[in-house]
Design a protein around this ligand. Structure first.
Ligand code: BGC
Length: 407
């Protein structure tokens, strides 16, 4: 049996816009209404109303941790105006987790913004970090006595890339120069938020919280040993995987590394310019490899390779997302099992992994891909909103309960 540490965190993650439904004051909703996006999120999973039932299911599956995000547009629907009703809602949500013995891991920004913020210029606005800080302080003041784990920003580089470089997410800006620009705005926003969150805990005589980002990392590999492909991998590792966390570590503003891992990417650069070096990928060579429903490689070993690169930072690592969308539920369990084996191997070789959160607890709204990719441990029927626990969830639940995995 592979035995995981006793105090390991086991559970799943969600994000507000993807599960709550009716986030009408968010920029994403506004762009859906204006017909700029192919799919509408609508009621999503109705998790805003059904969160207690969903947490009952998480508890029944022996989860002891759960990651969710706060919808900024609910907390600050109009610039400078804060909703005490919505703040109270999230206090109730977090209380519901605690009552079930589930550790809340709270994300402050998961891809969506209040519409007013985006209308003003979004993350390109010079005061963006201050706006984010003001919202952060409101919600952290309200939740500090219940929450130990904070994630300031989900996947800063994934978001910058989709929203500001290739422009397929709101606000649909297209410029390669935005990549590092927005990345740096997120670093600044994180640093301000980190310091302020710690101050709030100090001021309230609370034990220091654990604050991080959730950093998507891919395992980058070159298709061959040519200079351009080796260079592409180097650049991608630097820009997409490590630059952001290294800046945060330098400022002593990461208490742990929040890691989101899904896939590997094979670089196959067709022509030698910065854009192509960062974006050209090969799907061909990897056709023998298993893929998820969206065509991403399933590559558990890549997680182990990243662990070895992250070891030098000497920080605890919390897997905040790892998951597969598939129509074959047996592939989900296989995916979880194989990744857990590599996590166990990493722990045995001295990497301090403190928890694993599967993406996602529920099937949900997968951004520009709509509702068809099914990532959930729990199936959602979008006509009736009925939840059905999948077999993979039950198998994973056994690991959550016992901390043991058959080799
Ligand atoms: C994001 C989630 C998304 C998942 C699957 C992550 O990059 O944080 O919001 O649903 O990947 O694509």
């Amino acid at each position: 049996m592979l035995k995981f540490p006793d105090n390991f965190f086991w559970g799943a993650a969600t994000s507000s816009y993807q599960v709550e439904g009716s986030n009408r004051l968010s920029d994403w909703w506004q762009w859906e209404e204006e017909g700029k996006l192919k799919y509408k999120s609508g009621l999503a999973c109705r998790h805003y109303e059904l969160y207690k039932e969903d947490f009952d299911l998480a508890k029944s599956l022996s989860h002891n941790a759960h990651r969710l995000s706060i919808e900024w547009s609910r907390i600050e629907p109009r610039e400078g105006e804060f909703s005490s009703k919505e703040i109270a809602h999230y206090v109730d949500v977090v209380t519901a987790l605690k009552e079930r013995g589930i550790e809340p891991v709270i994300t402050l920004h998961h891809f969506t913004n209040p519409a007013w913020f985006t209308d003003k210029g979004g993350w390109l606005h010079k005061k963006a970090p201050e706006y984010f800080l003001r919202y952060t302080e409101k919600i952290v003041e309200a939740l500090c006595n219940k929450v130990r784990f904070w994630v300031t920003i989900n996947e800063p580089m994934v978001y910058s890339y989709h929203a500001y470089v290739i422009g397929i997410w709101p606000p649909m800006k297209k410029s390669i120069s935005n990549l590092e620009k927005i990345g740096n705005v997120f670093v600044k926003s994180h640093i301000l938020a980190y310091r302020s969150i710690h101050n709030i805990y100090r001021k309230n005589n609370l034990k220091p919280p654990y604050v991080s980002v959730s950093k998507n990392m891919q395992c980058f590999e070159p298709i061959d040993c040519s200079f351009k492909n080796i260079l592409a991998v180097k650049l991608r590792n630097k820009i997409f995987n490590f630059a952001v966390i290294e800046k945060m570590i330098r400022e002593k503003t990461l208490d742990f590394i929040g890691l989101n891992y899904y896939t590997r990417q094979v670089a196959d650069v067709k022509s030698f310019n910065r854009y192509r070096l960062l974006t050209d990928i090969c799907m061909k060579k990897t056709s023998d490899i298993k893929k998820n429903y969206l065509g991403w490689d399933v590559y558990p070993e890549g997680l182990y390779r990243l662990f070895l690169k992250l070891k030098k930072y000497n920080l605890p690592i919390f897997i905040l997302e790892n998951g597969i969308c598939t129509t074959q539920d047996n592939e989900r369990w296989e995916f979880i099992r194989e990744h857990l084996k590599f996590i166990h191997k990493a722990i045995s070789s001295g990497v301090k992994v403190i928890g694993y959160l599967y993406w996602s607890l529920l099937d949900n709204f997968e951004w520009h891909e709509g509702f068809s990719p099914r990532f959930g441990l729990i199936e959602v029927d979008y006509n009736t909103y009925k939840r059905t626990v999948r077999e993979s969830a039950k198998k994973y639940s056994h690991v959550c309960k016992t901390g043991e995995l058959a080799p």
